[in-house]
Structures are given as C-alpha cells and as structure tokens.
Design a protein around this ligand. Structure first.
Ligand SMILES: Cc1cc2nc3c(=O)[nH]c(=O)nc-3n(C[C@H](O)[C@H](O)[C@H](O)COP(=O)(O)O)c2cc1C
Length: 203
C-alpha cells in the first residue's frame, strides 16, 4: 500500500495511521499559569527532548490552545512525567474544558511549587522539567503556507526528581512506570497496550 496523506483510502484505512507509525511518543503533561495566575494542565504527545546542551524540549499544539497562550504571555512552563499511576488523571486533563477551568481540580490533583519557575508541578509525580520559553514556531508546510500548528520550545532550567525514583545514581524508569502514546486511542504502559477514550466536556 502507498498513499499521500490527503488521499488516504478511507474504506481501507478509516483512521489515520500516521501517529501509530511514529510511536511510542512520550507525553508531556504541561503545566502553565494564565496571566492572572490560574493553573492549567494538559497532555501533549507531540512532545520530545530535542537537544541536550542546554537541555531543551518541545511540544506542538494543533492550534492556539490555553497552554500555548499562557506560555506566550508568561514565558514559563513545566513538563510533568506521566507515570502509569496518573493514567486516568492525565486523560481527564485533556478534556475540552472552557478557558479558565482548573484541570488540576477537575482531575482531583494537587500541585506543588516549582523551584525556578512560577507554574507548579503535579504533586506526587516521579519527575518534572522546569522550562523557560526559548521559541514559539508557527509551523509552515512544504509550500511555505502557514498551518494551524504551533510548536513551543523551552529550555530546561530545573529538573525535579522524586528521591524515591533514584536508584544507584540513575532515574529508575521501571519504578516510574512510564506511559506512552501510540496511535488511535492506544497507549503503552508497564502492563502492555491498552485503549483509552478521551473525556468530552458535554459528556
Ligand atoms: C495523550 C494525549 C496527547 C495529546 N497530545 C496533543 C498534542 O500533541 N497536541 C495537541 O494539540 N493536543 C493534544 N492533546 C489534546 C489536548 O490535551 C487537549 O486539546 C487539551 O484540552 C488542551 O488543553 P489546553 O487548552 O489547556 O492547552 C492530547 C491529548 C491526550 C489525551
């Protein structure tokens, strides 16, 4: 089989395989603050580390979502490590809630202050990266036409690791039980593959 993305045979492939081919992807669980200091939390799987000196991460949003708007204004964010214990809570924070809804409260999560940036981290997580905004890139396609997607690049200025997750001088990935995003509705956790459906604000 071969197809160009715009001309996929939807009878043969009803759902886009793109994200299943570029998988697994880590999930950046992004906390940020609105200009008036309200916390915001949302998962992004177009997320990764992109270089090490200095350490930098990026996430990419389909549009100007709350996380992007907040970071554009405040210049700071935190990426929270999604351990398997936070699977349902992470999913809950992806809800299409109206602007200003606090996803921490919605998902029954608490937060703890970061060391160097104002946005808090999720309480109880294995690790978090405190970031300062380096660049916002409005993506263009191969023709140079503007797309709706916006990539946020941050420099990691602080690294939090739960002391219990350090074993023999290393971050213990097995203990942290990392969750990754595959294609469709699929995820991979320490127990293997599973499906999870995103919540919808209107139920
Ligand atoms: C596991 C997972 C990964 C997601 N990855 C992305 C992503 O990479 N880009 C994006 O625009 N939305 C992504 N979403 C959807 C956002 O989390 C969702 O639109 C959220 O409401 C955005 O919140 P915000 O407006 O507070 O930033 C993802 C959702 C889930 C459950």
């Amino acid at each position: 089989m071969f197809y160009e993305p715009a001309n996929r045979d939807r009878d043969l492939l009803p759902h886009d395989p793109f994200k299943a081919i570029v998988a697994p992807r880590p999930i950046g669980w992004i906390s940020s603050l609105s200009e008036d200091g309200k916390p915001n939390l949302a998962p992004y799987s177009f997320f990764n580390a992109i270089c090490a000196a200095p350490p930098m991460v990026m996430f990419c949003s389909d549009s100007e979502k709350d996380s992007v708007a907040n970071i554009r204004r405040t210049g700071e964010f935190v990426t929270n490590y999604v351990g398997a214990a936070f699977t349902e809570a992470m999913n809950m924070t992806s809800i299409d809630a109206p602007h200003g809804v606090n996803e921490f409260e919605l998902a029954g999560l608490h937060h703890e202050p970061s060391h160097l940036v104002a946005p808090p981290r999720v309480a109880g997580i294995a690790a978090a990266l405190e970031c300062r905004l380096a660049q916002i890139v409005e993506l263009v396609d191969a023709q140079g036409s503007r797309t709706a997607s916006i990539m946020v690049i941050g420099e990691v200025v602080g690294v939090y690791i739960d002391d219990a997750m350090i074993r023999e001088g290393r971050f213990d990935v097995a203990a942290a039980g990392h969750l990754t995003r595959l294609g469709y509705r699929d995820y991979q956790g320490p127990e293997g593959y599973f499906e999870m459906i995103r919540p919808n604000w209107r139920g």
